[in-house]
Design a protein around this ligand. Sequence first.
Ligand SMILES: [Fe+2]
Length: 340
Amino acid sequence: MADLRFSGLSRRAFLGGMVGLAAGSAFGAGTGAAGDGFTFILCSDLHAQDVPQGETVIRDIVNAARRENADFIIQMGDFIRPDATALREIWENKNPATGFAGGRYFAIGNHDLDAVGREAFCAAYTDTSDPYTPEAKPYYSFDHKGLHFVILDGNETNTKFRLTEAQMAWLRADLEAAAGRCVLFSHESLDHELENGAEARALLADVNRKAGWRKVVAAFSGHNHSSYDRAIEGIRYIQINSASYVWINQDSKVAKRYPPEIVDKYSLMNNSITYDRTLYAVVRVDARGIHLTGVKGKFLPPTPQDLGMADPDFAFNKCPLVPWIQDAEIPFRDTPPAHA
Ligand SMILES: [Fe+2]
């Protein structure tokens, strides 16, 4: 696994590069870009039925989508078990006054496949009345106001994380055919977690080289319950923290965090630390770029420092151990060629 200790350097280097941002750069080509842009909500790893605050987490995300006037929500896996009907009702509430009327898209997480098969999970969470997802598929893409959204399924099984050969072939064809800029979403990251992540990253870089402009701009992921931002060959790889908690792989002194009845009900909490608020990102897209603002929380004590963790900034999985989602600016630096 790559050590992300130096990921902050690439972010600083990137921010320094923003000075030369070209004015009036296009959103995409030939896709009817909306001048004023749009907003979507991005979240991951709710694990809603496994955390004491699961209901609040779902409600906070739905409420944020309504409040921000988002066009849709993308959640990147380890979500709500399909049989958790009371929690699903909160998520699926499309009443514009109390829920969220817009679309909901998903990437499949490994734990989504613990209890049900892939087809059942897709069938449960695909809104087939949505024009962008008329069929329940594990990986798919759609265009929205000039941006091309690609959703990947990195679970060959729920313990083996890679993009199948068929999916890699589909991904190349899909990106090459796309008219506008492309953003990718997967549960397991292309930069840190997928077995064939290097091959997938090379594919993205190759698409950009052949296109002659930075067509693929970013790949977002979850799974590690962390927050970081790396640039590799001009493409941003951004990890979105869990909405709910982080697994620390050791005794978390849960009895100091919750009363006994909660501890009994949510055994995952014995080795995890919850966040004091729901983490998600509000993502604004306009002609200049993608502007991501993440919720900043705190650990519910005892914190990693309280627990005496040797290197609390980096958890056992070599990802930053932080209770927030860091902000990100992804400028659309170059314009597509006129024929694109
Ligand atoms: Fe997870």
